[in-house]
Design a protein around this ligand. Structure first.
Ligand code: PLP
Length: 461
């Protein structure tokens, strides 16, 4: 670094949007910075189901932001709640003092969760929610006198954010390989059906003979045999994996995981950062799939993406174990939290979003749209020889594309760029293209989105 040239960048006042140097200072997250800065896609406004780019184009928001703006952009009730709150109490210390909105929001959230998950710790993001849940799991066994239960079990293709705990249990190799040793973890196999399965919705328990299906959950028994349950704190899975490209559990799989965890005194954590609050056509993935975990993380849709907020809901018994072991009442029972845990402005957005999800009957709306969406996305089958699989659940779909020779990530990127040029935003990740339209989408908008994708796939080399 000693021969780094003197700082010659113009002051920000001299820079103009569009100059290459205007964009240089921002190292963008999860982005191909070199490609983006050569061909920027700048979004300047949004309304309803549409993003508006710097050229004034209206682009359909085919991933609801990043799976978080199901209610659409610019909802007046949320805007007003946030504006009011920022003018009333812009910040309140998160530790040892409280503000009314966090308690109110915890109550509203608990009402929407499966019975028994009734204590909520807030964070400011999904990654923080995942790491908080993993820390609660380890600390829980410790306060219960079982300090050897520290190992965390994730799953191949799992995504639990980017912090060290989440990366350690995560199963997407590209997110792991640069970061070295994480926390003590092991992994279940993924549940993605083989290429060519094209299952509609939830795959059958026997995987239609194509793969192990529900029996994949028994791999947890193998990990228990290897490590012993006395060393395992928790299993964490997304009820439906989003970031890996919409991987839906086969029937019976989550129930079997639940049963094994219960039999072996292992906590089961559902990471519901994507599935929480509507995406699956139910308030939670737990509700959609009929399985109740011991802890459930959420983020994204809880504020409709308007403010950063996440959290972990736990069974009361977990909370009580900390209270019982807490020592004098003024002592901390769990030394953990963030400056922005339950930020008052984020809680205001959360309360408004939860109220709108209820008023709009969002889960019912998703349930009603899901069959239309399913039929439409599966009509893409055969659109390209490179299209290897289509998976869907609720208002989410993932398409797997065959790798181009020598450039395994290129085809999904190309599809997303061509879609953007046509006025549709979709996500690309690994070998997949992902769709998660807003809950407020009309059938005509879903038709146009999928038709544009079909046209794009048909033109794909
Ligand atoms: N967990 C899951 C299941 C997610 O899908 C995500 C984000 O997509 C995260 C955690 C991380 O959330 P955040 O990006 O808010 O940190």
């Amino acid at each position: 670094l000693s021969d780094t040239p003197a700082h010659t960048t113009p002051t920000s006042a001299e820079l103009r949007p569009g100059d290459a140097s205007w964009m240089a200072a921002h190292w963008m997250p999860f982005t191909g910075n070199r490609q983006f800065k050569a061909d920027p896609r700048i979004i300047v406004a949004a309304e309803g189901a549409y993003l508006i780019d710097a050229d004034g184009r209206r682009v359909f928001d085919g991933l609801s932001g990043l799976w978080c703006t199901g209610l659409g952009h610019g909802r007046r009730e949320i805007v007003e709640a946030v504006s009011r709150q920022v003018a009333t109490l812009d910040y309140s210390p998160a530790f040892q003092f409280g503000h009314p909105l966090s308690f109110e929001l915890a109550n509203r959230i608990v009402e929407r969760l499966p019975a028994g998950l009734n204590r909520v710790m807030f964070t400011a993001s999904g990654s923080e929610a995942a790491d908080t849940a993993l820390k609660i799991a380890r600390a829980y066994w410790r306060v219960r006198g079982q300090a050897s239960k520290t190992r965390l079990i994730g799953r191949a293709k799992g995504y639990h954010g980017v912090n060290f705990g989440g990366v350690s249990v995560g199963g997407i190799v590209g997110n792991r390989k640069l970061f070295g040793q994480g926390v003590e973890a092991d992994h279940l196999p993924h549940t993605q059906p083989p290429a060519g399965a094209f299952f509609r919705g939830q795959p059958p328990a026997d995987g239609a003979g194509l793969y192990a299906g529900a029996a994949l959950a028994d791999e947890l028994l193998r990990l228990i045999e290897l490590h012993d349950a006395s060393t395992i704190a928790a299993v964490i899975v997304e009820p439906m994996s989003g970031s890996a490209g919409v991987v839906v559990p086969p029937q019976g799989y989550l129930q079997r995981l639940r049963d094994i965890c219960t039999q072996h005194d292992i906590l089961l954590i559902f990471d519901e950062v994507i599935t929480g609050f509507g995406r699956c056509g139910a308030w939670t993935g737990a509700e959609a799939f009929g399985v109740v975990p011991d802890m459930l993380t959420f983020a994204k849709q809880v504020t409709n993406g308007v403010q950063p907020l996440g959290g972990v809901a736990v069974r009361q018994g977990i909370y009580d174990a900390f209270m019982d072991a807490g020592g004098p009442t003024y002592a901390l029972e769990f030394p953990h939290g963030y400056t922005y845990s339950a930020h008052p402005v984020a809680c205001a957005a959360g309360l408004a979003s939860m109220a709108l999800l209820q008023r709009d009957n969002a889960p019912e709306r998703v349930r009603a749209l899901a069959p239309v969406f399913e039929a439409k996305v599966h009509s893409l089958r055969g659109a390209s020889p490179h299209l290897l699989d289509i998976r869907n659940y609720g208002l989410a779909a993932g398409l797997t594309l065959a790798p181009a020779p020598g450039e395994p990530l290129k085809r999904p990127f190309e599809v997303a760029m061509r879609m953007w040029a046509k006025g549709f935003y979709v996500r690309y990740g690994g070998d997949t293209v992902q769709l998660a339209p807003p809950f407020i989408s009309t059938e005509a908008e879903i038709d146009r989105l999928v038709d544009a994708l079909g046209e794009t796939l048909r033109a794909l080399d």
